[in-house]
Design a binder for this molecule. Structure first.
Ligand SMILES: Cc1cc2nc3c(=O)[nH]c(=O)nc-3n(C[C@H](O)[C@H](O)[C@H](O)COP(=O)(O)OP(=O)(O)OC[C@H]3O[C@@H](n4cnc5c(N)ncnc54)[C@H](O)[C@@H]3O)c2cc1C
Length: 280
């Protein structure tokens, strides 16, 4: 799984399936259920820490084969495996504004809808109009934005175990030059603040109400703290990076150390935003 996660960490999966369309995804879901095989869904793997013994059962990866993009009026309809960066750039080419904030988020649009990914005071929920997903049993269902119950890094898909196959985004007409300039500006801001030269899974912790996780971690003196090759980034304390050959156990030990130090220093409890899965 180290080849399928931006952390570049994780033991092997028993099987991996890469469907090309919702009907293939539905077949995998039905067969896994029929034979009681555990099923784990992933997108780009940019918010995952996969444990060192890997993942039992089948990993259903919604990726490049399901990444078709099309534009209909002010809507972009994206296969769930399309990368957010590509969807943002496609929207810009179509002269559609509203997705500039997402250009630097390295995940898929499916993963973004699942996580309600966001940046710069914006969230994907502000532009999602409809999601098509394959649900347990293999039925294909449409969800309106209201059905999805978006919240901070939350969507209904975290509870109903449906696999997102297509996302329709409602954008607005804008000027191509202005959209491109906004995207370039946000990219520069990201490059100057985040440790993008190192493997990571983005922000390690959820934002505690009223605080910024990175600031709390820095104030607790954790910048540069290491367990094995896992390290709290010197550039942005909100990120844990894989500074060499870190294991998942290294990252988990570091997460616990940081949680303890922040709790002692500021009394605030930090919860991982990174999703931890697989066998220890
Ligand atoms: C350098 C860096 C910067 C980042 N910056 C941001 C940021 O600014 N804002 C932000 O919100 N996040 C950020 N992230 C985290 C990450 O990119 C987002 O959470 C992203 O939305 C995850 O998408 P993914 O395709 O990689 O999902 P994965 O990491 O593969 O999976 C995440 C979860 O989504 C589920 N999932 C994925 N695809 C599907 C699908 N098709 N159907 C059902 N469930 C699915 C998985 O089961 C898993 O539980 C950053 C990460 C990195 C490495």
């Amino acid at each position: 799984m180290s080849r399928h996660t931006t952390f570049e960490i994780g033991g092997p999966a028993d099987w991996m399936a890469l469907p090309s369309n919702p009907s293939e995804a539905a077949t995998v879901i039905r067969v896994a259920s029929e034979y009681s095989i555990p099923l784990t869904v992933i997108g780009k793997g940019s918010n995952l820490l996969v444990r060192d013994k890997g993942v039992r059962g089948v990993v259903l990866k919604i990726g490049e084969p399901m990444s078709l993009l099309r534009c209909e009026g002010t809507n972009i309809i994206a296969g769930a495996g399309a990368l957010l960066a590509d969807v943002s750039k496609f929207a810009a080419q179509c002269g559609l504004a509203g997705l500039e904030f997402a250009v630097g988020i390295p995940g898929s649009i499916g993963g973004a809808a699942f996580m309600n990914a966001g940046a710069y005071e914006n969230e994907i929920s502000s532009v999602v109009e409809r999601v098509t997903a394959v649900c347990p049993g293999g039925t294909i269902r449409d969800f309106s934005a209201d059905d999805i119950h978006f919240g901070y890094r939350h969507s209904i898909f975290q509870e109903n175990h449906c696999v997102i196959c297509e996302v329709s985004l409602k954008l607005r007409f804008g000027e191509k030059d202005k959209i491109a300039a906004a995207m370039a500006d946000l990219t520069l801001r990201r490059e100057s603040k985040q440790p993008l030269d190192w493997p990571s899974a983005g922000s390690t912790f959820r934002r505690p109400p009223g605080f910024f996780a990175g600031t709390l971690v820095e104030q607790a003196g954790c910048k540069g703290l290491r367990c094995g090759d896992a390290q709290v980034s010197d550039k942005h304390a909100g990120f844990i990076i894989n500074a060499g050959n870190a294991s998942a156990a290294d990252v988990q030990a570091l997460i616990h150390k940081v949680q303890e130090r922040v709790q002692q220093h500021s009394g605030v409890e930090l919860w991982p935003e990174v999703i931890i899965l697989g066998e220890e």
